[in-house]
Ligand binder design. Structure first.
Ligand code: AVJ
Ligand code: FE
Length: 446
């Protein structure tokens, strides 16, 4: 197990914070330096903000929490708070606001960062919940990485020649089994100890799970193609009423960014048109498509409790761990995270990331839709602000787990909860299936 920076003393913690903030900023700059001024200002899709809005919003959140609150310093630009408040202006409206231009945005975010690094040198990292174990700094590093993933999704929606590149992910392999039986039990869901866990992951609470069967890998493009060729989009039987109304209303016939050309399937990824890779996890499907595929396959989506139990429970010791592979922070051999590659890795590419029962690629590659609504855990309290989680709880959002190739390790945990509307397809989301055990299947464990 790697040393947890939070246990290694305050100087090591400060160095770790500075590294995480620097790493996030390098990525923000890579994503924004890759395109010209016009592409920074333009709205590439009604679903997304202009890239220059995300960039200045990153700086503004950092100013609000770290410069003004934690640092107790004077505002740099209180006049722009309203422009970059996500609740004041829906995404579609953002391009018509009097936003900072790209040069002003770069100067503003750099000035905020200078002040923050200065504050980080001296501020006590204990005594107040907001600064305890550098929580506010961790929250801001995660916030920047979350917007970086959003900006990466904007890149995927952008028309034009490719501007991003990265090495290919490792090769896949055939898994020993397509699904495994997970014997039921009790585990600790959520966390009260992970220092940088956000409010909706808290508190830790004992949770009972019945036995179930779960796929050892996310559903692949090849698997999903069989559903399409089997006329799955034309058969109401597989769809929920809301899913059927949606798919028919929009005329959906395949995942977003897929295209049939003659007898061949192609997809476009960050401006590159390529033959559909059959062994890669399917992505850019909405919750309704995931649900329909699962029904067609004679299965269902896992609940988020089943997902977390598969990812964290160690049957050998009965312990609940941080990740499928144990307690160590994610390393390159465990999971496809952090935009190291510009695509999910083929099925079987991360044997070192397997859970004790052999469930793979739970972390990284694609966000996984679950069947669960986004709801608070028992005894939830909003911290440090209602607009991170509290205002979103309810049945209109579905929970996604595990992070994607575009999520940074600092913003992905075994406990991390993402959420979105069930119709959304621009995010890097796929899914895996689960099912109830068949009669007799449990005999081997009980
Ligand atoms: C947790 C990814 C749903 O991007 O809407 C960013 C994260 N919250 N700024 C989002 C977030 C405030 C959030 N998600
Ligand atoms: Fe934000």
């Amino acid at each position: 197990m790697t040393a947890q920076p939070h246990d290694a003393g305050t100087e090591a913690l400060r160095a770790w914070v500075a590294e995480q903030l620097g790493h996030a900023r390098d990525r923000t700059r890579l994503l924004t330096d890759a395109v010209d001024e016009d592409d920074l200002i333009r709205q590439h899709s009604k679903l997304m903000s202009p890239l220059v809005w995300d960039y200045a919003h990153i700086g503004n959140q950092e100013e609000l929490w770290l410069v003004r609150d934690v640092g107790g310093r004077e505002p740099l630009r209180s006049d722009i708070d309203e422009l970059y408040d996500a609740f004041q202006h829906p995404r579609a409206e953002r391009p018509s606001l009097p936003l900072l231009n790209p040069a002003q945005t770069r100067a503003y975010t750099a000035e905020v960062r200078d002040k923050v690094l200065d504050i980080l040198d001296t501020v006590p990292l204990e005594g107040r919940r907001l600064v305890d174990q550098a929580f506010a700094f961790g929250m801001i590093a995660q916030h920047e990485q979350q917007h970086d993933e959003t900006m990466l999704a904007t890149h995927q929606l952008r028309q034009g020649a490719p501007v991003l590149s990265a090495p290919e992910p490792p090769a896949g392999r055939r898994l020993p089994a397509a699904e495994v039986l997970v014997p039921g039990g009790t585990f600790t869901m959520g966390t009260s100890t992970e220092p940088w866990a956000l409010d909706n992951e808290r508190p830790a609470h004992p949770t009972r799970v019945a036995s179930y069967v779960i796929d050892t890998a996310p559903v692949s493009n090849g698997d999903y193609l069989a559903f399409i060729e089997g006329r799955g989009y034309d058969d109401e039987r597989w769809w929920s009423p809301a899913g059927w109304a949606h798919v028919r209303g929009k005329g959906l016939v395949a995942p977003r960014f897929w295209e049939r050309d003659g007898g061949e399937w192609w997809r476009t990824r960050f401006g590159v048109r390529e033959r559909l890779p059959l062994d890669e996890p399917v992505m850019h499907v909405c919750f309704y498509e995931a649900e329909a595929y699962a029904a067609w396959a004679g299965k269902r989506l896992p609940t988020e409790t089943e997902w977390e139990y598969a990812a964290r429970h160690d049957p050998a010791t009965g312990r609940t761990r941080r990740y499928p592979w144990g307690d160590a922070d994610p390393a390159a051999e465990h999971a496809n995270l952090g935009q190291r590659h510009l695509r999910p890795a083929p099925v079987g590419a991360y044997p070192a990331g397997a859970s004790p029962l052999g469930v793979e690629q739970l972390i990284g590659d694609v966000w996984e839709w679950t069947s669960s609504d986004f709801l608070p855990y028992p005894s939830f309290t909003a911290f440090p602000y209602d607009e991170y989680s509290l205002v979103f709880f309810g049945p209109e959002y579905k929970v996604l787990r595990g992070g994607s190739f575009g999520s940074d390790a600092v913003a992905v945990r075994g406990t991390f909860r993402n959420w979105d509307y069930p119709i959304r397809r621009q995010i890097f989301a796929g899914f895996r299936c689960a099912r109830d055990p068949r009669p007799g299947e449990l005999d081997t464990v009980e």
